[in-house]
Structures are given as structure tokens and as C-alpha cells.
Design a protein around this ligand. Sequence first.
Ligand SMILES: [Zn+2]
Length: 182
Amino acid sequence: MGSTSSDARFDRYYRRIQLGLRLLAHGARAQTACDWSGLTPDRLITLKRRWLPDAGDGFRGPAPTSFQPFFRSAVRLANATVFASIHHSLCQRSIPPGESWELQPGLENGERLCSAFEIFREWEPDADLEFDQAALLARGAANSENIELLRCLKCHSAMLIDKWARRREVCSGCRSRRDANP
Ligand SMILES: [Zn+2]
């Protein structure tokens, strides 16, 4: 029995290392990379020196906690909506429907978050969305804390809403079309 369980342990350990490297490559803050990969700061520093010697130091200062910046401009909101939608669709594929689930840092959730960020970067290479902001968005939308990802009642496109702001049922595109042709 020993070999199977140690293989499984090695497999998880190896996945943690891969996840840690992906997080560092995306510029995640050190604390964020530790939280999601489960690796210690020392382990991450060693990995970074060895495998990503040219990577910058990542972002410094406290991780973002406010959702307000995502609502400050139409472009930011559009980017945030695209990222939250990508993450949401990856979650739908891997989490059985009806299962109660909260997005907390961990190996599988971290792998999914990195995949969503990588897809987003392919889609919108010039977007101003750093990894820690993406992690905040993913948690906020998945756990319905402060923000919600809904569908426009009229055109069914995805829309991200601030839960505490005035309730919107249609997206900004449909609102401006309606205002133009009342
Ligand atoms: Zn709409």
C-alpha cells in the first residue's frame, strides 16, 4: 500500500510546486502564492531563484480587497466581467451542480484560478488586470460577496454587478440602446 499513497503524496507535492511557479510567473503577491499553493515562503523563494531567475519581484504592498476599482470605468468592468465569466465556466465544468462549494485558497481551486487567468491573458493580452485582482474577482463572484455575475435579462450577456449598488436587470449595452430608442 505504501507506494500508492506515497505516489499520491508526491503527485500533490509536485502539483503544488507547479502551481507555485504559475502563481509567481503571473506576478502574484508572495502571500497570495503561499496561500493558494500551500508552499512556505522559503520554498517559493528557492523555486523562484531556480526556475524563474528573471521574474520580477511581483506586486508589493497589501493585496487588493475592494471591488470598487472594477466599476470605475467601462473598460475595467468589461475586463472584470470577461475574467469572472471564464472562471465561472471552468468552475461549472469541474464542480458537480448543486454541490455547496465556497471558493477558498487550495490546490484545485488555485489551478483553476491560474487556468482562468491564462485564458484571460490570451484573450485580452493588454488588459490592466493583475493576478491578485483576478483572485479577488473570482472569490467575490463565486461566493457572491459584494459582487454577482448575472445574465442580462434582455440580451443574456454576462454582467457583473455591485451587490450594494442600485439593482440593474439589463446590461449597459441594452440600457444605452433603450435610451437611444425609447
Ligand atoms: Zn443586455
